[in-house]
Design a protein around this ligand. Sequence first.
Ligand code: PLP
Length: 361
Amino acid sequence: MKKRVYNFSAGPAILPEEVLLEAQEDLFSYKETGMSVMEMSHRSKAYDEIFSGAINDLKKLLNIGDNYDVLFLQGGATLQFSMVPLNLMPPVNKADYINTGAWSKKAIKEAKRVGEVNIAGTSEDTNFSRIPKQSDLKLNPDASYVHFTSNNTIFGTEFKNEPEVGNVPLVCDASSDFLHKFIDVNKYGVVYAGAQKNMGPAGATVVIIKKDLLERSSDKLHTYLNYKVHSDGASLYNTPPTFTVYIIGLVYKWLLNMGGLDEMYKRNVDKANILYDYMDASDGFYKGTAAKEDRSLMNVTFRLPNEELEKKLIAETNAAGFSGLKGHRSVGGLRASIYNAFPQKGVEDLVEFMKDFKKNN
Ligand SMILES: *Cc1c(COP(=O)(O)O)cnc(C)c1O
């Protein structure tokens, strides 16, 4: 087998090795079907089992009740930036958005095409290095919903708890931290997440939606953009991303076999602490860009004393088999994305490498 690198990519991102090996085994012929999942009808019995198995496993992982629907859609989290306001803003046509970074901004841009957007909180004044405090939020009790981004992939911050929004439905873009810990879905109207950060390959977006919100979807909407159509059609209104859903299903099984999301969270905390603790003890050589209390467990962003050293470290890590550490241009520096599937050993080896680099520079 060819050697694998430590993959710190922000997305599409690393998948569990067990999942890849199982998929490899199934690739030529899935079970007794004589064909791969890529080649089979989305209306076949075999695919139906893959699909309903994935949904049931997600329901188990998050303890999702029958008052919620789980949809697998396409168009990425990006299409949800439009579908959320198109379906849920009317008839009030006012929504609250918390602006914590580049992805929030893109969501806000699309919502403004549909109705009035109130920026209920923002951290733009500090280049999104923190999460606005609950006491600073200016929420409209009559809003159609409140939208927030639970983990800010680019800026390396995350909400430690969901904002408290009273009776207004809470909508969350959880693309880059979905399933990194247990969340109480009952607190949400909608949770959506593109697959390719923490859950599977690109091509599918999971949307968990409270069923009573489906009443808001107008018949006038374009058919594919209507949540109710996908709910009524059990995510089979058109051809779903079958192979992606299959891999996502394997990832759900991997999480269940591990012991579920509390165990996953424990591992994520341990893993991220190895890196943050070392950075904090490096006498300012490695400086985290996010406020300590808002640091992401998924995307660790940091800077070195100057850009030359940053370039040098990125080049040297690449040569040593650590891939994808270059930070996003809007923050600079480095970003280590250490999603669920990223092994603790990879973080430990990176820290050893960073220690040597500091010594030599
Ligand atoms: C990557 C990302 C997106 C965009 O996802 P696409 O699948 O490319 O549309 C949206 N929100 C967050 C938080 C992301 O990390």
